[in-house]
Write a protein that binds this ligand. Structure first.
Ligand code: ADP
Ligand code: ZN
Length: 604
């Protein structure tokens, strides 16, 4: 029975006790020769669904992967687990490549990762033909399969040519895998790459990720506090929109004792790749990056993803935050969000060279993201419903944990709108947020005096709210298109058609009441994600770092955090006890078992 064997490979090689979700069904289906389309969020566990059938079936399994870094990581992790794996890509010399080809023909490999452009080339097609005739092809797995879709944002022409696999090797089962779920992309993948596939769609929920979106005040200070209080010594990613911000924030964090590294497309390739491998190999590094960083980053122990600027769509937010907690341990998705984010993203869309349809689509996606950021109810429910999935309030996001009070802000909104209107009418041109709020709060500034705005009926009618509260309200109105920010003329505020509905009392405004003090989490809550609390765990991490250096592999390839935590908790006394811990297969038991027991015997 196929599944029993799959079960033993799961335990003996990968050290896991149970399959996740529909992993077992995919493995069974593919092992019996069927095609499969596998949709799972990042971190869901797609890799095992082709790795195990490739090991169970006769011959070599071929994995198509567009990212060289990812291939190398996967092959390293597989080799470490005792699987016979290799890759063929442009990073190999021709002698090295010839050696891999020889091993393939000789049936000495279970899995070979190949770059798509190479795979469709003549040499590789000949190689595959020989292997098919000889030791056999176990399967084709096409990772990041959405790259075949012309409508997606990651379209790669070489993916289109992968149809050749179906045409030439029609008896070899194929899997297409992706974390991009929308229905048109799904159909395109099935049509171009597969034959009568079974489609497996996983939930996109990532229950171990805690979502939190906070008001942007002094973002860099807020970030520093967040890292210090909740993630000291943890690995994390900080996303910023601009390259200059990346450099500044990385420097700031370093000055403050957080081991941060910058990453953006403006850096030279050598420093970029040095920073990337430091992030992967060493414990507790914080990568400050533009979204150029992340595709194919397979590091499982990223404990937090922080956004200093808002992504332009929920897809982007989901993909970026999804890089946290791939090991299923608690992780944080943290974002600061303010008016500038709304304005900046709208400006980017307006200024882009794209056509009108694309701009409209981008606007819709941005509005959905704003809706998530402004939401007063469960973030996870919002997020999942965007991907077509119904769910109940999660109890594990900021809004569930401390439900924001909702307040009726219609009256305040009308004051704000009339103030914008009166300033503009009085002076004949518009004003930006700072001046409007000064007028509302009755502040005697130079500008107020210059324009004589203390004479306006709206002068000083808004002393009940602080400047920050006015900004919050304004941001909310801008997000809902009730006020527009005209960036062509110094971010002047303008009324829209929707403003009139509010002024006429036809539309009410509800706000989430912001707690002025940042909430502190209890020590117990913090303990769930911070690395520094358990001395034995700390000691195991030090041991792991040392072993990783000796073996020249990233720390997580030795053991995941979850495995170390379990070891720290169980404190096994024998190899037999160690074997029961999730993440310890036979090869790792043999490599590290004795060393671990010796360490545990001495204790922290
Ligand atoms: P994806 O490719 O879908 O992003 P991966 O295949 O890289 O996800 O898996 C994410 C993490 O989950 C990996 O570290 C992997 O070892 C782990 N994992 C996968 N399946 C299981 C399982 N059945 N039990 C425990 N851990 C698993
Ligand atoms: Zn929630």
């Amino acid at each position: 029975m196929v599944t029993r064997t799959a079960q033993s490979v799961l335990k003996d090689t990968f050290g896991y006790d149970t399959f996740r979700g529909f992993q077992a069904e995919v493995i069974e289906h593919v092992s019996q020769g069927g095609d499969a389309l596998v949709l799972m969020p990042t971190g869901g566990g797609k890799s095992l669904t082709y790795q195990i059938p490739a090991m169970l079936r006769k011959g070599v399994g071929v994995v198509v992967s567009p990212l060289i870094a990812l291939m190398q990581d996967q092959v390293m992790a597989l080799t470490e687990a005792g699987v016979r794996a290799a890759f063929l890509n442009s990073s190999l010399s021709s002698a090295q490549a010839a050696a891999v080809e020889r091993q393939m023909r000789g049936g000495e490999l279970d899995l070979v990762y190949i770059a798509p452009e190479r795979l469709t080339g003549e040499r590789c097609q000949r190689l595959l033909g020989d292997v098919a005739q000889g030791v056999g092809l176990a399967l084709f797995a096409i990772d990041e399969a959405h790259c075949v879709s012309q409508w997606g944002h990651d379209f790669r022409p070489e993916y289109g040519q992968l149809a050749i696999l179906r045409d030439r090797f029609d008896t070899v089962p194929r899997l297409a895998l992706t974390a991009t779920a929308d229905v048109p992309t799904r159909e395109e993948i099935a049509e171009r790459l597969l034959m009568n596939p079974r489609v497996f769609v996983a939930s996109f929920d990532r229950p171990n990720i805690r979502y939190r979106i906070i008001e942007k005040r002094e973002p860099r200070e807020q970030l520093l506090r967040f890292i210090r209080e909740e993630h000291a010594a943890d690995a994390g990613i900080v996303y910023c929109l601009a390259r200059s911000t990346v450099d500044e924030v990385a420097a700031l964090l370093c000055d403050s004792g957080v081991p941060a590294l910058p990453y953006h497309a403006g850096m030279d390739a050598a420093s970029r790749s040095a920073n990337q491998s430091a992030f992967l190999q060493e414990d507790g590094r914080v990568m400050v990056a533009t979204i150029a960083f992340g595709m194919g980053i397979d590091k499982p122990d990223v404990r937090f993803v922080a956004h200093l600027d808002m992504p332009k769509s929920i897809e982007g937010y989901f993909q970026e935050t999804g890089r946290a907690g791939r090991d299923d341990q608690p992780a944080d998705a943290w974002m600061t969000y303010g008016l500038a984010d709304v304005v900046q993203q709208r400006r980017l869309i307006e200024m882009s060279e794209a056509d009108a349809l694309y701009k409209r689509l981008s606007g819709t996606k941005l509005d959905a993201m704003l809706g998530l950021a402004e939401a007063a109810d469960c973030r996870r429910v919002r997020l999942l419903s965007y991907f077509g999935e119904a769910s109940a309030p999660c109890g594990n996001c900021d809004n569930c944990r401390a439900p924001p009070q909702r307040v009726d802000a219609t009256e305040a909104a009308r004051k704000l709108l009339s103030c914008i209107y009166r300033c503009q009418r009085d002076s004949g041109f518009g004003f930006a947020a700072t001046h409007i709020i000064d007028v509302l709060r009755g502040k005697q500034t130079e500008k107020v005096a210059k324009f004589g705005h203390e004479r306006l009926s709206t002068f000083g009618i808004g002393t009940e709210l602080s400047e920050a509260e006015w900004r919050l309200l304004l941001r909310h109105l801008v997000a809902q298109h009730i006020v527009e920010v005209d960036h062509a003329t110094f971010n002047v505020l303008r009324l829209t058609d929707a403003s009139r509905a509010v002024l006429r009392g036809e539309r009410t405004i509800e706000l989430r009441h912001q707690i002025t003090q940042p909430r502190r989490r209890s020590a117990k809550q913090r303990a769930r994600t911070s690395a520094t609390d358990d001395p034995l765990f700390e000691q195991l991490r030090v041991w792991r770092a040392q072993v990783a250096r000796e073996h020249g592999v990233p720390a997580f390839v030795v053991f995941h955090d979850g495995t170390l935590r379990a070891i720290a908790q169980v404190q096994p006394k024998s190899l037999g006890e160690l074997r029961t811990i999730s993440g310890i297969g036979e090869k790792k038991l043999a490599s590290y078992g004795e060393g671990l027991l010796a360490l545990l015997a001495t204790g922290p």
